[in-house]
Design a protein around this ligand. Structure first.
Ligand code: NDP
Length: 407
């Protein structure tokens, strides 16, 4: 496993809880001390699976190759940042390792994500007889599996898909992001995008919004965003006429985001700055900083939000389509309590809802259920064994048939 952040912490706890499938693993990240702390936290909870740790810069293919050649992992679980997807895939190909991630590739200097860069690896993974599983978090991940499950069991034709993501939690901070702030703010400040009648429709950032009612939560203002799973779902389910992604934001969050943008702190280009040297000499040096990366350093660490986090997340798919010639609706969702996630893993619900599916994807691979040569999005595998594990591993799902989808 590469990365030792919030999502990786949850995935590691879930891996050791499934010792019938996983017998040993390694956690490697930019800072080895963080990996060691995580192993200590796991062993302090009474799990005794052997876990090795290592330092690796996942931007550097040669370092990754040296690590993979030494440890010889069967599967590499990429829980670092989207910037590292391609270097890790390159090293997997060079060393004969299979691959899984939770977020698609993004270049550092451009706030833009799409699957084309990773889909370009299809032939190489197929020819090497290796499996790459893309986007195996919650969204993308579970939402794509929910769609595949709906297509398999409840519809002959899916026509309308709305993925709805609500975080109704309260962490009692004025402003914080629930996962890596740099990645999160880049995502939300992008233009919106949805699929309708065979083409992409672009909106201004957060331009379209409406109240949607979430189970056990109630109505929440929900904003249309571009989200990566839509890109593969409309290809894999060509009957879809319209596919959209909605996420809730509170007014407090949006107010801060607007200020951050207006004062230039969401910029991802380099600015020059005269900074005092850290050695205390009183000397200064002209350095380059990326404002958004600097902002990350002063914002609350998403990993530290768990302790006082109340409330829950609710993420699901609202689908309309045809079965036996009749129109039906279907809403499949999971609600996850931040407090329960924290008590189990020390992390809040957003890390939990991503780390658990990453582990389940790895389990599907290790059990031979999701294993075929090539590069695949999760909806291209059998959803049934994954759905069964969601119920067992802490993310139970619920269904509403023929209800009002509001959309
Ligand atoms: P964090 O920032 O908490 O963790 C990222 C980890 O990767 C950190 O341990 C970091 O090291 C490490 N890392 C960063 N760069 C490198 C590098 N060059 N080499 C080695 N290690 C590196 O992020 P999260 O845990 O919140 O998110 C992890 C991933 O999950 C992200 O890709 C995110 O986009 C994705 N995600 C997916 C979701 C989904 O539903 N599909 C939802 C939420 C997140 P250090 O600790 O030193 O900073």
């Amino acid at each position: 496993m590469i990365g030792a952040g919030g999502v990786a912490t949850v995935a590691a706890f879930k891996i050791v809880q499934n010792a019938d499938v996983f017998t040993e693993f390694m956690i490697a990240s930019r800072r080895k001390a963080k990996c060691d702390q995580l192993v200590e936290a796991i062993h302090n909870k009474g799990y005794d699976m052997p876990i090795r740790t290592a330092q690796v810069d996942a931007d550097d293919v040669e370092q990754l190759k040296a690590l993979f050649s030494d440890y010889k992992p069967e599967l590499v679980i990429n829980l670092a940042l989207p910037y590292q997807d391609l270097t890790i895939m390159d090293a997997c190909l060079a060393c004969g390792c299979n691959y899984l991630d939770t977020a698609n590739y993004e270049p550092k200097d451009e706030a833009h994500f799409e699957y084309s860069w990773q889909w370009a690896y299809r032939d190489r993974f197929r020819e090497a007889g290796l499996t790459a599983i893309l986007g195996c978090g919650f969204d993308p991940g579970v939402t794509s599996v929910f769609t595949a499950y709906a297509a398999k069991h409840h519809f002959d034709e899916i026509q309308y898909l709305d993925i709805v993501d609500c975080n109704a939690g309260d962490h009692h901070k004025a402003f914080a992001t629930n996962f890596n702030p740099e990645i999160n703010i880049r995502e939300i400040t992008q233009k919106g995008l949805y699929w309708e009648n065979g083409q992409w429709v672009e909106t201004e950032p957060l331009e379209i919004h409406k109240d949607l009612t979430y189970p056990e939560i109630g109505p929440r203002d929900s904003y249309l965003l571009h989200h990566e799973e839509i890109e593969s779902l409309v290809i894999n389910y060509p009957t879809i006429r319209r596919a959209r992604f909605w996420m809730t934001f509170g007014q407090q969050y949006l107010k801060h985001l607007e200020v951050i943008q207006n004062i230039g702190m969401s910029r991802i280009d380099e600015v020059e700055y005269e900074a005092p040297l850290a050695d205390g000499s009183g000397k200064t040096a002209r350095v380059k900083i990326v404002p958004l990366q600097f902002l990350k350093a002063v914002l609350p660490n998403p990993q530290d939000l768990g302790e006082n986090y109340e409330g829950q997340t609710s993420i699901g798919c609202r689908i309309r389509g045809l079965k036996d010639g009749q129109e039906h609706t279907y809403y499949v969702y999971n609600n996850c309590s931040h407090r329960a996630a924290y008590e189990e893993t020390g992390m809040q619900g957003v890390s939990y809802t991503t780390g658990v599916p990453a582990m389940i994807g790895a389990m599907m691979f290790c059990k031979g259920l999701w294993r075929k040569p090539g590069v695949f999005n999760v909806e291209e595998f059998d959803p049934d064994p994954f759905m069964e594990q969601l119920n067992r591993q802490g993310l139970p799902w619920h269904e509403i048939h023929d209800g009002d989808l509001e959309l």
